[in-house]
Ligand binder design. Structure first.
Ligand code: SF4
Length: 80
């Protein structure tokens, strides 16, 4: 019996990653896209693990980062 075709799978949503070795804690990303970025007590940013799929606001945050510390990755990291 032939295998039925598999339905098209959408690309998994990617995520924005903060390189914390570059971050100077300006806070621009968290202010621009608070659903995607948050700040630790030391002021440096990190991606929210529960961030929604990429949005224009997150893209703006990445482009506004003065240290170019935010990069888009096409897949999410495995859950830890
Ligand atoms: S905008 Fe860039 S430098 Fe500023 S807090 Fe976010 S990641 Fe850090």
């Amino acid at each position: 019996m032939p295998t039925p075709p598999r339905p098209e799978q959408p690309d998994p949503p990617g995520h924005f990653h903060v390189d914390r070795t570059l971050c100077i804690g300006s806070g621009i990303c968290a202010a621009t896209a608070p659903a995607h970025f948050t700040r630790d007590p030391d002021g440096r940013a990190r991606s929210r693990p529960d961030a929604p799929p990429p949005t224009p606001e997150a893209e703006d945050a990445a482009s506004l980062c003065p240290m170019e510390a935010i990069a888009f990755h096409p897949t999410r990291p495995p859950a830890t």
